[in-house]
Design a binder for this molecule. Structure first.
Ligand code: ARG
Length: 423
């Protein structure tokens, strides 16, 4: 289990915290906090100490966010008062168990959002529970507010994995807004950093940006909102062609080169970003009933899902393709709503996995000015028959068969039509 725990540090210096002064401090509660290193979760460390007299252990996962200097984040946590810090490189696990199922499901919430933030939460929850059990902690904590989807995702996952653990959501209990949070931080010497007007979440599968000027639905996101992608106007003037090969639903080769999938996704984020691909500006329906506007940058996800769907169209039957659309959209909805461990989600996974055995082959895409367009595809499992599809000399299709087929296919409507006329 410990193979990917890369750092585990005990902070003796700060045990008890500054506020303990010379009074020996008795910790009444041990809490494992999901810690990103940002302002809100930094405040959580202090707040948990003050409110619960808690011994705070932080857990930070590297799932491909850009600012993932884990040692720096651990130092910060310890300086604020964490008694122990864990850092986990979970990129491979994130790809294998969360991104790959999303690719197979062509997962797009409300047809647009590749679920990048949503699939990170159950993984963080899994590690929170794991570390809490290892440390014999009483509770786990997360920094989500009471307005969003993430609190739901964390808590449903944690409860499915260990219903006995207490869950603390400091941001739901304290009365802090952005301004008073900064005052609290200053008072407790918590570094505020370059806190922007936006709330940002990042991982390998994408970057989510909300709040600030984006709350006005008509205001066009300024350039500072984006960091992975250039605007299509500033993108390269020349198209770039890439070839992406899938093996049973999973991308395995880029331009003929076999690649570790973490690397492949990073590479596609970079290539797509250079061409302005994967910018999404969306008003979405949150689980709790609020509509909100989010900007996403998901270059790799956009390219991979586009290509994956194309190989499915070629290798699955019509019935499979049409039915799978329903399953895919339900899968995305369950995951968005935090139901990662809902048995129905597992049932759908079984269907989806079973459907992918034939989904192998290569897709050629043209990356140009914000668009990834498929310009060619091939597969050893292709169901495309040139002899049947062609309109020229190669045509082997018996056109006469169509006549009888249409009569029978239309028979129910025909009978209904006659009845109407008779009336
Ligand atoms: N709306 C997205 C979701 O519910 C992202 C939420 C987090 N967004 C953020 N900018 N921190 O999955």
């Amino acid at each position: 289990m410990d193979y990917n725990i890369i750092i585990q540090n005990v902070n003796f210096k700060n045990k008890g915290g500054e506020s303990a002064r010379f009074i020996p401090c008795v910790f009444v509660m041990k809490v494992v906090l999901a810690y990103s290193g940002g302002l809100d979760t930094s405040i959580c460390i202090k707040w948990l100490e003050e409110t619960y007299n808690a011994e705070v252990i932080t857990l930070t996962l590297d799932i491909g966010q850009e600012r993932s200097d884990l040692r720096f984040i651990e130092e910060k946590a310890k300086n604020i008062g964490a008694v122990k810090t864990y850092s986990i490189n979970a990129k491979e696990e994130f790809v294998r168990d969360y991104i790959n199922p999303s690719i197979k499901a062509n997962a797009l919430y409300e047809g647009k959002y590749p679920l990048s933030t949503a699939i990170g939460r159950p993984l963080i929850s899994k590690w929170l529970v794991k570390i809490a059990e290892k440390e014999n902690a009483d509770a786990v904590a997360h920094g989500s507010t009471g307005k969003g989807n993430d609190q739901v995702r964390f808590e449903l996952a944690i409860r499915s994995l260990n219903p006995g653990l207490k869950i603390i959501a400091p941001a739901r209990q304290w009365n802090l807004n952005r301004e008073t949070a900064k005052i609290y931080a200053k008072k407790h010497k918590i570094p505020i950093g370059s806190s922007s007007q936006y709330s940002i979440d990042e991982n390998l599968w994408g970057r989510s940006i909300e709040a600030g000027s984006l709350e006005d639905l008509m205001s066009e996101p300024s350039d500072e909102v984006y960091s992975w992608t250039v605007s299509p106007e500033n993108a390269l003037d020349r198209a770039e062609f890439i070839e992406l090969e899938f093996d049973e639903g999973i991308p395995v080769r880029l331009n003929g080169k076999k690649m570790n999938e973490v690397r492949l996704i990073q590479k596609l984020n970079q290539l797509g970003g250079k061409h302005g691909i994967g910018r999404i500006d969306m008003v979405e329906d949150r689980l709790i009933g609020i509509k909100s506007r989010e900007i996403y940058e998901c270059p790799a996800a956009t390219i991979i899902i586009e290509a994956h769907r194309d190989i499915e169209r070629l290798t699955l039957t019509r019935e499979e393709n049409l039915f799978k659309e329903l399953i895919d959209s339900k899968w995305a909805q369950l995951v968005y709503f935090g139901q990662w461990y809902e048995p129905l989600k597992r049932d759908l996974d079984s269907f989806i996995n079973e459907s992918q055995h034939m989904v192998s082959g290569s897709v050629r895409l043209r990356l140009y000015k914000g668009l990834a367009s498929v310009t060619g595809r091939e597969s050893p499992n292709s169901l495309y028959d040139m002899g049947l599809a062609a309109y020229d000399m190669k045509d082997v299709f018996n056109h006469k068969l169509a006549e009888g087929f249409i009569r029978l296919w239309g028979l129910p409507s025909e009978i209904a039509g006659r009845r109407k006329k008779g009336k």
